[in-house]
Design a protein around this ligand. Structure first.
Ligand code: ADP
Ligand code: MG
Ligand code: MG
Length: 267
């Protein structure tokens, strides 16, 4: 029952693959609610054959209620566009903060990682794999808290190790995905390890930002060829190493993240 006529549209907050994302306010004297409208152009969604992804993004997000996950309030469409009504993450992309700072302190990084792990634990308990955890898709709420967003690559996967699609972003993909093996929830745990490295070290562990090209990045991922800078604490390195394990079943279970020394040291 929603339409564009129900909203005042504000400034653009970001750019997605299939359209822009705007700040918006519900036209109402009693409850002028502030939210975000993510617009997707139907033309582009159809030509890029991503209808299934958009449907998943909506179906998955609608059932989620967690402080570290962006809420989807509803959706509607007109003749040319689909609109997702999203919870506002007032402080924007984690990526932008990281670009500004270069890297974060271990305290700040560990607090972000604990919150991402909490959101992922909840997702996995609902048998959902996110598959695109990276700083661009992690948003910050008004109090600087993590809000996991962009569920376009997410998938409902009740059967363990049943997925095969190569999903997500080059430098965050797991070895089992690169090798074309079937995979499961542990791909998000690997991505959490890549994220922890990037936040604390200010660079990607498998070096997509050096001019190495995708083949070399993939090679390094499959060998887990990662080097740690000397400024990093032993606890941080051991934590990251416990996530970046080649064998999915050896990766640290997410419900144990909270008990790790690196996390406990910075509570
Ligand atoms: P895509 O699926 O095309 O990558 P995203 O969902 O990642 O689109 O949205 C694109 C960008 O819009 C994000 O990187 C972010 O900058 C901004 N954005 C998206 N959702 C929100 C939100 N709920 N609050 C604030 N900014 C958002
Ligand atoms: Mg995105
Ligand atoms: Mg997306």
């Amino acid at each position: 029952h929603w339409s564009l006529a129900n909203f005042d549209i504000g400034r653009p907050l970001g750019k997605g693959h299939f359209g822009k994302v705007y700040l918006a306010r519900v036209k109402s004297k009693t409850d002028p609610f502030i939210l975000v409208l993510k617009c997707l152009s139907k033309d582009e969604v159809i030509t890029k054959e991503v209808q299934i992804q958009v449907r998943r993004e909506i179906e998955v997000m609608q059932q989620l209620r967690h402080p570290n996950i962006i809420r989807l309030y509803g959706w509607f469409h007109d003749s040319t566009r689909i609109f997702l009504m999203l919870e506002l993450a007032g402080k924007g992309e984690l990526f932008k903060q990281l670009a500004k700072k270069g890297r974060f302190s271990e305290r700040r990084s560990s607090q972000y990682i604990r919150q991402v792990a909490s959101g992922l634990t909840y997702l996995h308990s609902k048998q959902i794999i996110h598959r695109d955890i990276k700083p661009e898709n992690l948003l910050l709420g008004m109090n600087g808290e993590i809000k996991i967003g962009d569920f376009g690559w997410s998938v409902y996967s009740p059967e363990e190790n049943s997925q095969r699609t190569l999903a997500g972003t080059l430098s965050y993909v797991s070895p089992e995905m690169v090798l074309g093996q079937s995979y499961g929830k542990a791909v998000d745990i690997w991505a959490l390890g890549v994220l922890a490295y990037e936040l604390t070290c200010g660079a990607e562990p498998f070096g997509a930002d050096t001019c190495s090209g995708p083949r070399l990045v993939h090679q390094r991922i499959c060998r887990c060829d990662v080097h740690f800078p000397s400024f990093l604490s032993v606890e941080a390195r051991e934590f990251i190493q416990s996530l970046l394990r080649l064998k999915p079943e050896e990766r640290l279970p997410l419900d144990q993240v909270d008990q790790q020394p690196w996390i406990l040291n910075h509570l």
